[in-house]
Design a binder for this molecule. Sequence first.
Ligand SMILES: C[S@@+](CC[C@H](N)C(=O)[O-])C[C@H]1O[C@@H](n2cnc3c(N)ncnc32)[C@H](O)[C@@H]1O
Length: 281
Amino acid sequence: MPEEEPYWLSRNPTEQQRLTRQHEVWTKSIGYLLHPSIAKSLPDNARIADIGCGTGIWMTEMAKVSPSTYQFDGYDISDAQFQSADSLPPNVSLHTDSDFKKPYPEELIGTYDLINIRLIIISMGEGVWESTLRNVLTLLKPRGAIQWVEGNFFVARGFRGTNATSSGGLTKGQQKLNGTLIERFRYNFPDWTKMYKDAGLEKVEEDVLSTDRLPEQRTDFTEIGIGAVFGGLKNLASTKAEGYWTEQEVEEYRQKAIEDMQSGAYLRWDLHVTIGFKTAN
Ligand SMILES: C[S@@+](CC[C@H](N)C(=O)[O-])C[C@H]1O[C@@H](n2cnc3c(N)ncnc32)[C@H](O)[C@@H]1O
């Protein structure tokens, strides 16, 4: 049996800033906050849930460009990264102690027009994608929509600049993290279209982008990647299990990765935005 997946990113102000920056960079690369096929389907009084909402930034940015009649509810297992309540628009609220792996309270079942999920891959293990999808779909009204955005870090690697060896630190860090997570926790990346169809969703669309689509964003993605990869490896190092890098090794490779980036190398992976709609009954 795989071990219980740890939450191997920290929850602190640095990670909060990283999440905000990540939001800006990912959104610019993807080109929309909400897939156009869903945006045109929402009713005037849409109820929208953001699952594993982190700081809540997706909702606060959505609220700026949506009718004020929309209602946004963010759910997270922890409130450690929530924006302060007085900075939230009146139609956005945040709720803590909400675990997306556990059944939702009866009063929430079938009440949302849209579920948004972004970047919870680090809490996913074998079989957990499917069970989490089915669990969150219970929140949707008939014909309600889901948008789930993830990065496929399993295909991530460093691409070099002019120097022939300049991508080594970036690739080694990413592969070390992937290898550790796959071996110990059975981390994987699903076949999204199949998973959605198997869950009974219709009008399924999968929008796949490469993070180097906009060349001017390559360094942005690389900095975010370095923060996640080496932050994650450092947290794993603290468990001192066999095969993990020590904190010292993590720092050595972090420095190497930063030097790689400074010499023009960049980290590249795929972003997947997958949408689908619940049937009418
Ligand atoms: C990498 S952050 C992404 C936050 C946000 N979705 C975004 O894109 O900015 C992952 C979030 O998932 C939350 N999370 C992890 N496991 C969870 C669970 N079992 N139930 C609910 N939220 C969870 C974490 O607390 C964290 O806020």
